[in-house]
Design a protein around this ligand. Structure first.
Ligand SMILES: [Fe+2]
Ligand SMILES: [Fe+2]
Length: 295
C-alpha cells in the first residue's frame, strides 16, 4: 500500500481508482474478527475462476475488484461470525443490502452496487432477477469465491495455511453439493478445476494479490485519478466502514475531520492541503498497522 499516495507534496494529491479499492479492502479488515484479507482472497479466487471460465479481460478485472470490496456492508461482528459459521446463513442478506445502499450514495463506486447486493443471492433465484447479465455473473462468481474462502478457513483452522491442499476434495465436494441451487453449475465446474491445482492455493498471499491489482489493464476506468471531491467522498465511506462497529467511533471520525477543517481555516490554509493531509494520514495508518482483531 506504500504506493497509494503518489504525490507527497501536500498541495496536490494523486490517487487512482485501483489503489482506492485496495485501500477499501484494507479498511474492511478492521471489521473482521479472525478473517484477515478475506476481500483480497475473494478477489483473487474470483479472478482465477473468471479466467478459467474464459471471460473477457474487462469482466475478469471487474470480478477481481468486486471481490475486493464485496463485504463493504459488513459492520456487525455477529453478522461476520454467522458468515464464518454457515455456508448460507439467514442473516447474510442484511450486509448485502447495507453495502448496496452505501455504494449507491458513493457516485464513483455505485457501479458495484448491484453486485454487492446480490453476492449472497442463491443462483436458482438470481437467474430470474432483473439484474444486468454481467453484474449477475460477477455477483454469482463472487458468492462462490466467498464460500470457497469460507471452506478454506474451516479446513486450515489453526494449522499452517498451505495444508489446505489436503482438503481439496472436500472443498470441491462441498460446492458441488450446492451446484444448481446456491451456485451456477458452470462456475462450480470451473472452480473445481482450479481447486485441484496446488499453485492456486499457494498464491494467496496478500502481497501477490495486491500486485495482481496493478497488472489488470483492460478497463481504463480503474486508471482514473480521483478529484478532491471524489477523495472526500471515498474518505467518508471509509470512515463509515472502519467506525461502523460503534456509533461513538463514527462520530469520532466526523468530529476529527470537522476539527481539522476548522483549525485549517483558522490557520488560513486552503481547503485542499487539509484534505490531502487527512488522506495521507489515513493511508499511513492503514499501511503501517494490522487489523486490531486476532489474525
Ligand atoms: Fe458477504
Ligand atoms: Fe465475504
Amino acid at each position: 500500500m506504500s504506493a497509494t499516495v503518489t504525490a507527497l507534496d501536500i498541495t496536490s494529491l494523486e490517487v487512482d481508482m485501483r489503489h482506492t479499492l485496495l485501500l477499501f479492502a484494507k479498511a474492511l479488515d478492521y471489521v473482521g474478527v479472525d478473517d484477515c484479507h478475506h476481500g483480497h482472497r475473494v478477489a483473487y479466487i474470483s479472478a482465477c475462476c473468471a479466467e478459467r471460465l474464459g471471460w473477457s479481460a474487462e469482466k475478469i478485472q471487474k470480478s477481481f475488484f468486486a471481490g475486493l470490496i464485496h463485504d463493504c456492508g459488513v459492520s456487525k461482528t455477529r453478522e461476520h461470525l454467522d458468515l464464518l459459521a454457515e455456508m448460507a446463513p439467514e442473516t447474510a442478506q442484511a450486509h448485502c443490502e447495507r453495502g448496496y445502499t452505501a455504494l449507491m450514495q458513493c457516485s464513483i463506486l455505485n457501479g458495484f452496487s448491484d453486485i454487492v447486493r446480490c453476492h449472497h443471492t442463491h443462483w436458482d433465484k438470481l437467474v430470474s432477477m432483473n439484474v444486468d447479465e454481467e453484474d449477475r455473473d460477477v455477483a454469482a462468481l463472487v458468492f462462490l469465491a466467498d464460500r470457497v474462502d469460507f471452506l478454506r478457513a474451516g479446513c486450515i483452522a489453526d494449522h499452517q495455511e498451505d495444508l489446505v491442499t489436503l482438503h481439496k476434495v472436500s472443498i470441491s465436494d462441498s460446492i458441488k453439493a450446492k451446484s444448481g441451487t446456491l451456485f451456477c453449475p458452470e462456475m462450480v465446474e470451473a472452480m473445481c478445476g482450479i481447486i485441484e491445482t496446488d499453485g492456486f492455493w499457494f498464491k494467496m498471499e496478500v502481497e501477490h494479490i495486491e500486485s495482481m491489482a496493478l497488472t489488470f489493464d483492460a478497463d481504463e476506468w480503474y486508471n482514473q485519478m480521483l478529484s478532491v471531491e471524489q477523495i472526500t467522498e471515498v474518505a467518508t465511506f471509509l470512515a463509515k466502514i472502519v467506525d461502523a462497529k460503534s456509533p461513538f467511533t463514527y462520530e469520532h471520525s466526523i468530529r476529527v475531520a470537522q476539527l481539522a477543517h476548522y483549525l485549517g481555516g483558522k490557520m488560513h490554509l486552503p481547503a485542499r492541503p487539509v484534505i490531502c493531509f487527512m488522506w495521507q494520514d489515513w493511508c499511513t495508518i492503514l499501511a503501517n498497522s494490522e487489523p486490531r482483531m486476532n489474525c
